[in-house]
Design a protein around this ligand. Structure first.
Ligand SMILES: [Zn+2]
Ligand SMILES: [Zn+2]
Length: 570
C-alpha cells in the first residue's frame, strides 16, 4: 500500500474488529469479496436459525389463555402479517447487502434515528434469548435434576465460544444438525396423530383457561395475534444472513428471489406450523400434566415421543437431546444478532466500538438476569407489550420501502446507510414509529377502550404504515439525504466534481483478487469496496463507513452548508 500524504491520525482498531472471521462485517456493507456463499448455503444458515422452541411455547400459551379458535386464527393472521412485511425487507437487504440496522437508516429513520430501533431489536433478541434459555433449563431440570437457576447459567455461558467464531462456524454447525432436527420435530406430531386420531377433535374443542372456551372471540383472537406479532422482528435475524447473498444476476435471477422469499419471510411458514403444533400438544398433554406444565416444550416432546418410543428413560433422553440441540442453534443466532445490534447502538451514540465480541458478553449477561427473574411465567404479557413497538418499527420501514421508494418515489431508490450522507433524524420513519408506538401503548393499557386494547398491535401497524408516506410528503423527502453520495453511480455529476479532491488526496483505487475495485481508507488504511466508502472533507480523503461512524472530532462538518457549497464549487 502506498503512503497517503495528509494523514491525521491512523485509526488502529481493536484487533477483533479487523478479523473478518470474528467480525462478520458488523456495521458494514457485506462486501462482494466475502459473499462467496452459494444461495443455498445462505438459505440453510438463515433457516437453521429458526429452530426455536419458543414457537411451541407461544402456540401453547395463547391456546391455553384464549381457547382454540381464537388462538388458531390469531396465529394465522399474525403469520400472514409477518410474511407480507418480511418480503420487501428481505429483498432490499439481500440486494443492497445491509443488515436490518443499516436498512432502517436508509428507509426513513436517519443515521441516529435507527439507534432507537437497534435498541428495540436488541431487546427482541434478549427476550427470545431468555425465553429459549428458560426452555433449555426446563429440560436440564427434568433430565439431570439441575435447578432452574443453574440451568439458566449453563445455557447462557455455553453460547459464548460458539458465537465468538461467527458466521463461518455457525453455518457449519447448522448444516450438520439440520436433518436430525427436522426428523425430531416432525416425529411427535406423526406419533400423536397416528396413535390418537381423536386428539385433533380434542384440540379443536380445547378451551384452556379461556372464559369463552374453545369458541371464537374477536378480542381473544386479537390478543393471540398480538403475542405472535412480537415475532415480527425475527425478520432482522433472517436478514443478518440474507445480507450475504451473492449478486443477483441473469443466471441466478429466479433462484435468488426464491431463496430470499423462503429464507426471509418464509421462516414464518415453519414458525406458524410449529405454533400450531405447540397448540395441539398443549391440548393433548394438559389433561395429564396440567395447564402450567403444558406450555413447556420439554413436556410436549416427552409425551410426543412417548407415543411411539417405549421406555421412559429413552423417551426422556431423546426429548432432552432434541431440546438441547434446538436451543443451542437458536441461542447462537439470538446472541449473534444481539451482539450486532449492540455494536450498532454504541458505535453511533458513543463513537465506541470495542468489537462485537465485547457486546456478546453484555447480551448474555442481560438475558441471564431476566431469565433468573422468571420471565417465562409472564410470556404473553411481555410479548404482547413488546409487539406494539416492534410492529411500529416494521410498519414504518415497509411503508417507506413499498410506498415512499417504489410508488411515491420520494425516498431514494437505494439504501444509503453512511453517516456522511444521512440526516441524524428523518421524521418519516422515526416520527411515524414514535407516534404509532405511543398511541398503541396507550391503547394497550386500555385507555382507548377494550376493542383497541386488544387490537393495539394492529393499530400500531396501520398508524405507522399510513404516517410514513404522510410525513414523506409533508417534508417533501428533504430529510433522507443530507449530502449527495459522490461514490454512488447515479450521482455522476457530483462524482466528477468530487474526483479532483479525491486525486489530490492521493487515494488509490486498487483491484482486489476478484477484480472488484476497492478504495483505501485514509484513516484506517484498509481497503474496502465502493459501497462502503465515501469522500470525507475533514480528512480530505476517502473514508470507510466505520471510521466515519467512529470519528469524534469532525462534528459532521461534511454536512454543513459551507462545506456542501465548497464541494460543489470545486
Ligand atoms: Zn477506515
Ligand atoms: Zn463527515
Amino acid at each position: 500500500m502506498e503512503t497517503t500524504t495528509p494523514v491525521k491520525i491512523t485509526r488502529t482498531f481493536n484487533k477483533w474488529v479487523n478479523n473478518p472471521v470474528l467480525e462478520d462485517y458488523a456495521l458494514r456493507y457485506a462486501p462482494r469479496s466475502f459473499r462467496k456463499f452459494s444461495e443455498s448455503a445462505v438459505a440453510n444458515s438463515a433457516l437453521g436459525g429458526i429452530a426455536f422452541l419458543a414457537n411451541f411455547a407461544i402456540g401453547a400459551s395463547v391456546t391455553i389463555a384464549y381457547g382454540f379458535s381464537s388462538a388458531f386464527w390469531g396465529i394465522l393472521a399474525a403469520g400472514l402479517v409477518i410474511f407480507l412485511t418480511g418480503i420487501p425487507i428481505s429483498y432490499y437487504s439481500a440486494k443492497y447487502n445491509v443488515d436490518m440496522d443499516l436498512l432502517t437508516r436508509g428507509s426513513g429513520f436517519g443515521y441516529l434515528g435507527s439507534t432507537l430501533t437497534s435498541l428495540v431489536y436488541a431487546t427482541f433478541t434478549i427476550i427470545y434469548f431468555a425465553t429459549e434459555g428458560a426452555i433449555l433449563a426446563q429440560a436440564l431440570d427434568l433430565y439431570f435434576g439441575i435447578p432452574l437457576g443453574v440451568g439458566y447459567l449453563i445455557g447462557a455461558i455455553v453460547v459464548i465460544p460458539i458465537v465468538t467464531y461467527g458466521m463461518t462456524l455457525l453455518s457449519r454447525v447448522q448444516t450438520w444438525t439440520q436433518p436430525l432436527w427436522i426428523v425430531l420435530m416432525i416425529a411427535p406430531l406423526i406419533g400423536i396423530l397416528v396413535k390418537d386420531p381423536q386428539s385433533l377433535a380434542a384440540w379443536t374443542n380445547f378451551g384452556g383457561n379461556s372464559p369463552s372456551g374453545s369458541a371464537f372471540n374477536p378480542l381473544f383472537f386479537a390478543l393471540s395475534a398480538g403475542v405472535v406479532l412480537s415475532l415480527i422482528t425475527q425478520i432482522g435475524e433472517q436478514v443478518d444472513y440474507l445480507r450475504f447473498m451473492p449478486e443477483r444476476k441473469l443466471k441466478n435471477h429466479k433462484i435468488w428471489l426464491w431463496v430470499v422469499i423462503l429464507a426471509g419471510p418464509g421462516w414464518v411458514i415453519l414458525g406458524a406450523f410449529n405454533m400450531l403444533c405447540g397448540s395441539l400438544y398443549a391440548s393433548y398433554i394438559a389433561p395429564s400434566v396440567g395447564l402450567t406444565a403444558a406450555v413447556e416444550p420439554i413436556q410436549q416432546f416427552i409425551h410426543g415421543f412417548g407415543t411411539f418410543i417405549p421406555g421412559t428413560f429413552l423417551v426422556l433422553t431423546i426429548a432432552t437431546l432434541f431440546v438441547v440441540l434446538s436451543q443451542m442453534k437458536i441461542q447462537v443466532t439470538n446472541a449473534y444478532s444481539g451482539s450486532l445490534s449492540w455494536s450498532n447502538f454504541f458505535s453511533r451514540l458513543l463513537h465506541f466500538h470495542p468489537g462485537r465480541v465485547a457486546w456478546l458478553f453484555l447480551q448474555v449477561a442481560i438475558a441471564l438476569a431476566i431469565m433468573e427473574a422468571g420471565m417465562f411465567n409472564f410470556l404473553n404479557a411481555v410479548l404482547g407489550f413488546y409487539s406494539n413497538v416492534a410492529v411500529a418499527w416494521i410498519g414504518a420501514i415497509v411503508s417507506d420501502l413499498v410506498v415512499n421508494k417504489s410508488i411515491l418515489k420520494i425516498s431514494p431508490n437505494y439504501i444509503e446507510f453512511k453517516r456522511a450522507h444521512l440526516y441524524n433524524f428523518n421524521p418519516v420513519g422515526f416520527g411515524s414509529m414514535i407516534i404509532a408506538s405511543i398511541v398503541s401503548i396507550i391503547a394497550y393499557f386500555g385507555l382507548l377502550g377494550p376493542v383497541l386494547q386488544a387490537f393495539s398491535p394492529f393499530l400500531s401497524l396501520v398508524l405507522a404504515f399510513i404516517l410514513a408516506p404522510i410525513f414523506a410528503i409533508a417534508t417533501k423527502g428533504k430529510y433522507y439525504i443530507a449530502r449527495e453520495n459522490p461514490m454512488y453511480a447515479t450521482n455522476q455529476e457530483t462524482a466528477s466534481t468530487i474526483h479532483k479532491p479525491l486525486e489530490h488526496g492521493h487515494n488509490h483505487v486498487h483491484s482486489n483478487n476478484d477484480g472488484v475495485e476497492t478504495y483505501t481508507c485514509s484513516v484506517c488504511h484498509y481497503d474496502y469496496e465502493q459501497e462502503d466508502m465515501t469522500f470525507c472533507p475533514f480528512h480530505d480523503g476517502m473514508i470507510c463507513s466505520l471510521c466515519c461512524s467512529l470519528e469524534k472530532n469532525c462534528h459532521d462538518m461534511c454536512k454543513t452548508e459551507k462545506v456542501l457549497n465548497d464541494l460543489s464549487a470545486k
